[in-house]
Design a protein around this ligand. Structure first.
Ligand SMILES: Nc1nc2c(ncn2[C@@H]2O[C@H](COP(=O)(O)OP(=O)(O)OP(=O)(O)O)[C@@H](O)[C@H]2O)c(=O)[nH]1
Ligand SMILES: [Mg+2]
Ligand SMILES: [Zn+2]
Length: 295
């Protein structure tokens, strides 16, 4: 039997079959020894056990990609959601998630929610200039929700972003039957209260599937992946036009003289916050050596 994992909680995997049944599965014991950890989005093979509602996972089919946070496999699109305020947008987090998407061949879509609280003109310009699709939404007045629906026509999409930005609220307005729990904002701290506790995949109703996921406050690139470090300049896609045009071969684009990327930043062709994020990530990775890591 085959199916797709739609939810994974404390050792139980909920597998949706082609005929839309949900089978509660446990993993085969050997998975642990083989280092296989099944994820939401994984296509799996299983055998029924005891009855036609329970099973044992026996194989995870080859993944096209997998994310560590949120933990989802075979992802086609990531909606990176920020809110106008409570919590406020953080460009380093947005840019870090974008770089992880680019590395995994996932299409990032930038969502600015709670537009009823104020505008996003500056941020929209930054990401449009970088070459990304930006959707400005408000669950309160319905702005932008149709645009998100259009993007949910195929494949697996994932909603990610800080706690309280409105991921579950947006999904509720697209798929009202879900009635996902949404959270109050802590007035004192100006942020969400981690209302969504696990990643779960739903039918979007427009052809594709979409996962709601728990919010996070920080995100990091994989510091054990040397090839991420080597590719970083390519993961900021708007640098592309300038790569190979710096005065020195091996330029790190962090301030060298004759750097074509830095010049583009000075000329307003590359966004300053994007460049700042690049330098932050570069500095986090710069000291890792090839021999120290596995990939
Ligand atoms: N003003 C305004 N408030 C919104 C909007 N969208 C969501 N909210 C509110 O923001 C709060 C948090 O929304 P959630 O949907 O729970 O946020 P979340 O991103 O799912 O948060 P976690 O599950 O904790 O990661 C709730 O009180 C929502 O009513 C919006 O467009 N405008
Ligand atoms: Mg939520
Ligand atoms: Zn350079």
């Amino acid at each position: 039997m085959q199916g797709i994992i739609i939810k994974a909680i404390s050792g139980f995997y909920y597998v949706k079959t082609l005929d839309n049944n949900i089978i509660e599965c446990k993993a085969k014991g050997a998975f642990r020894n083989e280092g296989i950890s099944p994820l939401v989005g994984d296509r799996v093979e299983f055998d029924f056990k005891d009855d036609d509602l329970h099973g044992i996972l026996k194989d995870v089919l080859t993944r096209k990609n997998s994310l560590y946070r949120p933990p989802v496999a075979n992802v086609d699109k990531v909606f990176i959601v920020s809110a106008h305020s409570k919590p406020s947008p953080n460009t380093l987090i947005i840019d870090t998630v974008i770089s992880i998407c680019e590395y995994n061949n996932i299409k990032p879509i930038i969502v600015f929610n709670k537009s009823d609280l104020g505008d996003f003109d500056e941020l929209t310009d930054i990401y449009t200039m970088a070459g990304y699709k930006v959707i400005v939404t408000s669950v309160t007045n319905g702005d932008g929700i149709k645009e998100i629906e259009k993007e949910l026509d195929s494949g697996i999409s994932v909603f990610t972003g800080n706690s309280g930005v409105g991921k579950s609220s947006i999904l509720n307005s697209i798929i009202p039957e879900l009635q996902l729990k949404t959270g109050e904002i802590s007035e004192k701290l100006g942020r969400g209260k981690h209302t969504t506790r696990h990643a779960q995949l739903y039918e979007s109703g427009f052809g594709g599937c979409v996962a709601d996921t728990p919010g996070f406050a920080t995100v990091e690139v994989d510091k054990t992946d040397y090839s991420f470090k080597e590719n970083l300049e390519n993961l900021f896609i708007e640098f592309n036009d300038y790569l190979g045009k710096c005065r020195f071969a091996g330029c790190s684009h962090t301030g060298e003289s004759g750097c074509a990327v830095c010049e583009a930043v000075n000329n307003g062709k590359i966004g300053v916050t994007r460049f700042e994020s690049y330098k932050m990530i570069y500095n986090e990775l710069k000291d890792i050596k090839k021999w120290q890591i596995k990939k």
